[in-house]
Design a binder for this molecule. Structure first.
Ligand SMILES: [Zn+2]
Length: 363
């Protein structure tokens, strides 16, 4: 049996499960940390059982005499020294990093009909988006605005200055190179926004043009490679805020974020990479040179052919991908050819929630 001695009193009391401390209807805490006694200490401890008969320990607190009942199983899992808990699903630790070869036998996909009718198929597909960064739904009805209905199967559409959805096709006076036939190298979308849209959907309505093939690169894998091959460059890209900006007649957006975002413990959590929207960095010359050398190095790495998964979207295909992790690309296409996708943004917290509830219901 593990000892309570190593547990800081404030931590242990903050986790008291009693009905005075947590609302039994929703599990939410009913007190502020500042309301606990300043001289809080464990008074007496004795072995007992929970109301459903599981082994437990009861703590009587000094100086206020409050009583807390902790299940032994909870103490085993949570006391200092227990194994680290699961992450929040967003960092490299919770992902399967990949190069193109990983999908030699096919990419994660499902047909629209089974995706809609079978919760297990839906769960597998959403799990692939979280774990691998993308999945493809096939045979989605080729219908105007259908991409919004796909997003609503797992979350909420993120409306932006582009509207609820954006048209990816050749436009006469494009405010973005995406709306021309130009080749687009691997990038993430909207790095000039904070928060950035965490998910993107691309629904193919027509793809009859010569060219216009799609590519995906795992940015977490690329960043991990950079960390292994050139730790100084990696470090630079996690530290230097990059001024991303977008402006057109009605809009002016900016966000200053590093190309490789890490969490407080240094794990890779977010990639922002888009050559079209990087503004002029203002730094001392030495730091600028260091940044540009690291930026170029990372850019070269992202273009390694073995990292890029290439495929071609057919009418009815809807690609769903993690815009904080995967970079997407397309080859040039003849502007005279017919190519039309509709895109939308959504968010990954909603998708993760939908998956968690699906799994709860499957138990
Ligand atoms: Zn309590």
């Amino acid at each position: 049996m593990v000892s309570l001695a190593a547990a800081p009193p404030l931590w242990l009391r903050d986790n008291c499960p009693c009905a005075q401390c947590r609302d039994p209807r929703n599990g939410q805490k009913l007190f502020q940390i500042t309301e606990l006694p300043a001289a809080l200490a464990v008074g007496t401890v004795h072995d007992t059982r929970t109301p459903d008969g599981a082994p437990a320990r009861e703590v009587v607190w000094a100086p206020d005499g409050h009583r807390s009942l902790y299940a032994e199983s909870w103490l085993d899992a949570h006391l200092p020294g227990a194994a680290a808990g699961p992450g929040d699903g967003r960092t490299e630790d919770d992902k399967e990093l990949w190069a193109a070869e990983r999908f030699a036998d096919g990419i994660p996909e499902a047909g629209w009909a089974s995706y809609m009718s079978d919760p297990a198929v839906r769960a597998d597909l959403l799990d692939a988006v979280l774990r691998l960064g993308f999945a493809l739904v096939r045979d989605v009805p080729v219908r105007d605005r259908q991409v919004l209905d796909v997003a609503r199967t797992f979350g909420h559409v993120r409306v932006t200055n582009y509207g609820e959805l954006f048209e990816v096709r050749v436009e006469a006076d494009p405010n973005n190179l995406a709306f021309t036939g130009a080749r687009i190298t691997p990038h993430t979308d909207n790095p000039y926004r904070d928060p950035v849209p965490t998910l993107q959907l691309l629904h193919c309505l027509t793809n009859a043009a010569q060219g216009g093939d799609s590519g995906l690169v795992d940015g977490f894998h690329a960043a991990a490679l950079l960390r292994a091959e050139d730790p100084d460059a990696y470090e630079t890209l996690t530290r230097v805020p990059v001024p991303f900006a977008f402006a057109d007649e009605h809009t002016e957006l900016r966000a200053h974020r590093p190309l490789i975002g890490t969490d407080p413990t240094g794990r890779i959590r977010e990639i922002r990479f888009n050559n079209r929207s990087i503004g002029a960095l203002r730094l001392p010359a030495g730091l600028l040179a260091g940044f540009y050398s690291a930026y170029r190095r990372f850019g070269e790495l992202l273009l390694r052919p073995e990292l890029q998964l290439d495929f071609r979207l057919a009418p009815g295909d809807c690609l769903i991908f993690d815009n904080t992790r995967l970079l997407h690309a397309r080859t040039a296409f003849a502007e005279s050819g017919d190519r039309h996708l509709q895109g939308a943004y959504a968010d990954i917290d909603g998708l993760a929630s939908t998956l968690a509830v699906l799994r709860r219901e499957a138990m």
